[in-house]
Design a protein around this ligand. Structure first.
Ligand SMILES: [Zn+2]
Length: 390
């Protein structure tokens, strides 16, 4: 089997680390709102890959994180935690928000026939592991403490490794344009990213650490939990292309800094889903959740679609191509799926006709006699019989 590795930008023959076993890490949801169709493509691509690997005889261990802390607004280092903000707005405990959306996420995945992962670790349940990971990066000299927070030193790291090799970003340019910080920031460069953040007094999710009462940076959980459950080197890491930078680039940097080598052998990224040719976004008014797709309750939708129609629609395109979502495309997928299911049913009910049985016997006789040479008139006879059957 060959896999396209986003890191080398080419197809590579798949060779597992431990014979017969595949270790796979896939980035999971940040559970502060309903899952939407933009997220869905990764889950379906990874599910098909996992099922194919199992079908091919591998034991697959797949780990998918649940982000329930540390993912700040706009994927940045500043701003409110997405879960904490939702909890504040809805006047709930952060863990009530997590529970609410996680249950709905699980239900939707079951409807879509997506296998649950082998392990589904929560970021908030692995604070100790994340703190230990930060310590390793600090000891290796690729991070610095500032005002109770710890930041990854991108410039220092880039001297020994290559920051930007996954996403193709030009790090010199990035460092050059971000050199002049306003002096207000705790960070040395704006390209640096948080490993640990000191919590502001009003921040409701925080834990003790050697540096401050605070919370982990978003990228850290995947490095810490991936290596905890899959080992220092594992086979496949999957996710959407939108996660390549900064999330996966930061994951590579954290693991290389802490362990001295890469953790992941094959990086796989799926392309995005657009809606009527447009990027999907809450502000664009074309944001569709999975539950809305199943019920049809969204102004963009002309009807409800079954989970299998949606799954079939997503699988019609190559996972690395963009896929445009529209009612017409979904309705075509609905028809296509019906045709396939009907054909599968019809095939089961088909009886072997006398004529086709005769052709089969003739072919078997010819094979048995070791004679594949068919005289012209015989060939004509067989052709005629085949045409009759058709
Ligand atoms: Zn991740």
């Amino acid at each position: 089997m060959e896999l396209y590795n986003s890191l080398s930008r080419k197809k590579e023959v798949f060779k597992e680390n431990v014979p017969g076993k595949v270790s796979m890490y896939t980035c999971g949801p940040t559970v502060y709102h309903f899952a939407h169709i933009g997220n869905l493509r990764s889950y379906i691509m990874e599910d098909v890959l996992e099922k194919y690997l199992r079908y091919s005889g591998y034991d697959v261990k797949r780990v998918m994180n649940i982000t329930d802390v540390g993912h700040l607004e706009h994927d940045a280092d500043d701003g409110e935690d997405k879960i904490a903000k939702k909890a504040r707005l809805d006047q709930l405990e952060p863990m009530e928000v997590v529970q609410h959306y996680l249950l709905r996420y699980h239900k939707a995945m079951e409807k879509l026939n997506v296998l649950p992962p082998s392990i589904e670790p929560h970021a908030s349940g692995h604070i100790i592991e994340q703190i230990e990971f930060v310590k390793k990066i600090l000891e290796a000299g690729y991070a610095y403490e500032s005002e109770g927070s710890v930041y990854f030193d991108v410039e220092k790291y880039n001297k020994d490794f290559n920051y930007g090799k996954l996403s193709g970003r030009n790090i010199d340019e990035l460092l050059e344009t971000t050199r002049e910080l306003d002096g207000q920031s705790e960070k040395r460069r704006s390209a640096d990213f948080a490993l640990w953040k000191k919590a502001a007094p009003e921040h409701i999710m925080h834990w003790p650490s050697p540096w401050s009462e605070g919370f982990p940076g978003w990228h850290l959980e995947c490095s810490a939990m991936g290596t905890k459950y899959l080992g220092d080197t594992f086979d496949i890491h999957g996710g959407g292309m939108d996660l390549m930078f900064p999330h996966h680039e930061a994951e590579i940097a954290q693991s290389c800094a802490a362990l001295g080598h890469e953790s992941v052998k094959y990086w796989m990224h799926n392309n995005m889903i657009t809606i009527n040719g447009q990027k999907m976004g809450k502000s664009l008014g074309n944001f569709i959740t999975l539950d809305e797709l199943f019920t049809g309750e969204n102004a963009v939708l002309e009807q409800a679609y079954t989970p299998m129609t949606i799954r079939f629609f997503i699988l019609q395109a190559h996972y690395r191509s963009t896929l445009d979502f529209s009612n017409e495309a979904l309705q075509a997928a609905e028809k296509g799926l019906k045709r396939i299911l009907q054909a599968a049913k019809d095939v089961k009910g088909l009886k072997v006709s006398a004529a086709s049985a005769e052709v089969a016997k003739e072919v078997a006789d010819l094979k048995e006699n070791g004679c594949y040479k068919i005289e012209n008139d015989e060939l004509e006879k067989i052709k005629e019989q085949v045409l009759n059957i058709l």
